[in-house]
Design a protein around this ligand. Structure first.
Ligand SMILES: [Zn+2]
Length: 131
């Protein structure tokens, strides 16, 4: 039986971080559908599960690897954004945040210094804000 499974999985992609994420999403969606009895969540949960299994048994390994890579990038962006928001909240009493009008880079300046000239370290634009 073990050999049969190994034979079947030979040359197939297997599991990765995206698949783990998909199975968690599937379970959450199915739980929501149980609680709310909304059919749409059942279908979304099943779709996530089917996609997860499709990826596990897929023979197109390079394509799946690329999907996983894109998933990692997206995850990094989302967690990065979340950490940025959290940091802004944590030091909201000591710092103010401004966006550079030229390149939209986020800049942090100490609070309570009155009107100050801020120069953007990325593009060198100078602008005046009340801190
Ligand atoms: Zn700038």
């Amino acid at each position: 039986m073990r050999d049969k499974i190994r034979q079947f999985m030979a040359g197939r992609y297997g599991t990765d971080a995206l698949n783990q994420f998909l199975s968690v999403v599937a379970i959450v969606l199915l739980l929501i559908s149980l609680v709310t009895r909304w059919g749409i969540f059942t279908w979304l949960g099943l779709a996530a599960l089917v996609y997860c299994y499709f990826r596990t048994f897929s023979r197109n390994i390079s394509r799946r690897t690329e999907e996983n890579y894109r998933f990692y990038n997206l995850k990094e962006r989302v967690t990065g954004k979340f950490q940025g928001v959290k940091r802004r909240w944590d030091d909201r009493k000591t710092y103010r945040y401004f966006r550079c009008p030229q390149c939209h880079q986020m800049l942090r300046v100490p609070k309570g210094r009155g009107r100050i000239e801020i120069s953007c370290p990325r593009c060198g634009t100078q602008f005046i804000r009340k801190s």
